[in-house]
Design a protein around this ligand. Structure first.
Ligand code: ADP
Ligand code: MG
Length: 396
């Protein structure tokens, strides 16, 4: 379903469910990250692009303090909450996400006095494509417009992140919400996670006869399972030992010296193993790869980014150790079948991979990956094309 079709369906659903006409319809996309993984909470660089898949919400404001939310995708009844009774970690099922956004807005002093919301989303859930951020950002944007809060994309993204971190209780970085809020069609978004400054980087794949395949391995990642928090804590510990506030502050040229400094800690028995060294090496080198990819895209050398994507995957697999057999198989077989480059994307342990291919080779690479999954006895992957799409916007 296109965003326009979903918009029509949610407006109709809203009227039927709430017996009134919504004040508007808003859409916010899921995202894939081209390069720069686990760099966001290190205040480094990322380069996501918005997917054509969106969360779409029909919304009307209320003045009586009541928040009602409904998702056409879950089969659960309407959730009704009071905005002045929202407290972090309230478990309201999927409704925790939009409720968290209302909480974050109100906690930041914005007068949000209630709303009716009807949602439907085409972003696959739990595939590492940020269905949760799409849901948060579409809610934030709708409330921003309806209550005339005057907040810009980056501010909405920060509030959406606060909702997910503090209200839902998932310690994600800010990339997903920024991508959903701020991406532009035909571009990737260079995001500096230190100050949230952004630049649109041309990434017009169709014009260059290229395609970016997203391979959803159907392996569900569970960010709450502690591995993400462990990597994050490890990075913070690495930064502390190296005397910087965040790993972003280690320049690529300084990496050998930084690694030697950490090795010294190991020799003195202050660190059990090479874990922190691996994490630091991943983060600093991936920040550098983001910069290299951007230089190439600015120079119009889109095909040349392929090897950097594949190097990024090796770093996530070997140094950060967040890949899995399915993701490794995608990268290996896609490469063998003629892809220009491939890497896992998102939180890892499943989810999706991105594969850069000549458009003419897309089919052959797709079949090679699908066949490899069948041979290995894995669940068949879902493969689609990631056309760099528009960020969050009002549809009607
Ligand atoms: P990801 O963001 O990678 O897709 P998450 O686990 O962060 O995975 O977020 C998925 C959660 O977001 C779902 O479990 C659900 O609570 C919520 N969600 C996403 N899409 C929808 C939807 N269409 N309707 C209701 N809830 C949704
Ligand atoms: Mg998520």
């Amino acid at each position: 379903m296109t965003t326009a079709e979903t918009a029509e369906a949610v407006a109709k659903g809203f009227r039927k469910l709430y017996g009134a006409t919504p004040d508007g319809v808003w859409a916010a996309p899921g995202r894939v990250n081209l390069i720069g993984e686990y760099t966001d909470f290190n205040e480094g660089f990322v380069l996501p692009l918005a997917l054509p898949h969106t969360a779409v919400a029909a919304v009307a404001p209320r003045t009586d303090g009541v928040l009602r939310v409904y998702s056409a995708d879950t089969g659960t009844p309407v959730t009704e909450l009071r905005v002045d009774e929202l407290v972090p970690r309230t478990d309201a099922g999927w409704a925790t996400y939009p409720a968290g956004v209302v909480w974050a807005l109100r906690t930041a002093g914005h007068e949000v006095t209630g709303a009716d919301l009807y949602l439907s989303s085409t972003v696959p859930t739990g595939a590492g494509l940020s269905s949760s951020a799409a849901l948060e950002v579409v809610t934030a944007l709708a409330l921003n417009d309806l209550f005339e809060l005057g907040l810009k994309g980056p501010e909405l993204a920060r509030l959406a992140q606060r909702a997910e971190n503090d209200f839902v209780g998932v310690p994600c970085g800010v990339m997903d919400q920024m991508a959903s809020a701020c991406c532009a069609e035909g571009n990737a978004l260079h995001l500096d996670c230190r100050d949230l400054s952004t630049r649109q980087v041309p990434f017009d794949l169709p014009a260059r006869d290229l395609d970016l395949l997203v391979v959803d391995t159907r392996v569900k990642h569970v960010l709450g399972d502690g591995a993400y928090a462990e990597r994050r804590a490890g990075c913070e510990e690495g930064a502390r030992l190296l005397g910087v506030s965040h790993l972003r502050d280690i320049a690529y040229e300084e990496l050998p010296a930084a690694l030697e400094q950490l090795a010294e800690h190991e020799r003195r028995g202050e660190a059990a193993d090479d874990r922190l060294r691996r994490y630091v090496r991943h983060v600093v080198s991936d920040d550098h790869r983001v910069e290299q990819v951007i230089s190439l895209l600015d120079a119009g050398e889109v095909r040349a980014i392929g090897p950097l994507l594949t190097q990024g995957h090796a770093s996530l697999r070997d140094d950060l150790r967040i890949s899995c057999a399915e993701l490794d198989l995608v990268v290996e077989r896609a490469g063998a079948a003629g892809a220009l480059g491939a890497r896992m994307t998102g939180g890892g342990f499943g989810g999706s991979a991105v594969v850069l291919v000549e458009r003419a080779a897309a089919e052959q690479v797709t079949s090679a990956v699908v066949d490899a999954f069948a041979e290995a006895g894995f669940t068949p992957p879902r493969v689609f094309s990631a056309i760099p799409s528009q960020g969050a916007h009002r549809v009607a």
